[in-house]
Design a protein around this ligand. Sequence first.
Ligand code: HEM
Length: 215
Amino acid sequence: MSPKTLRAMKVAVFILCLLPLGKLALEAFGVAGMSLGANPVEELLHRCGKWGLNFLLITLAITPLRRLSGWNAAIRFRRMLGLFAFFYILLHFLVYAGLDQRFAMQYIVEDIVERPYITLGIIALVLLLPLAITSTNGMMRRLGRRWQKLHRLVYPIAILAVWHFYWQVKQDILEPLIYAGILALLLGVRYFYHLQRKRKQHALTMDKKLRSETP
Ligand code: HEM
């Protein structure tokens, strides 16, 4: 893919990622009769949380997509998608803290301590922070191999996020279960690739050993 096409695609993906925010803004400001419904804060909170989770899973889907399709340029979109996941999750938290709790720290802390699904949510958000901060090329270079290790945090984060979704549901658990199924599939595929890589490495070491032992 030429650098020009890649740049154009990046701009297109960036605009696509902003569409949920654009729709929320139009609804929040009541443009063209659009609205967030009877409980706008709750709607805003839920939609930002859902988009945060969607982008988290889309980010995790990039590597399997690349392996299955052979489209290596897919990796070039992963950082942007991950940052959009962080952006929508941060917005979700700000809606909760600002519009729902009016930044009343004592209630927020009480919620974090007493409501297990909020505890999981805040742990996921805190773990996401170092990933967002170290997402730059400079940080990638500076951290070297540690960067990859650090960014493996995305797996427990995704598990915590789906768990948080599951725990806050009052009745119909079908949707969080679908998300859990998708996540299990994505993690399963990655684990399969990991085993494949290990097996290849092992075969290579054995091969080298055999060659060195043969007179
Ligand atoms: C990785 C981080 C997080 C993700 C992916 C996430 C995602 C979600 C999702 C998908 C929902 C359900 C939306 C729906 O039902 O349509 C939700 C609900 C909610 N989340 Fe989060 N969330 C995260 C972190 C947080 C944090 C840090 C807080 C607050 C400290 C929080 C507070 C809430 C609240 C209050 C609800 C609504 C519960 C209700 O309606 O009773 N979340 N979140």
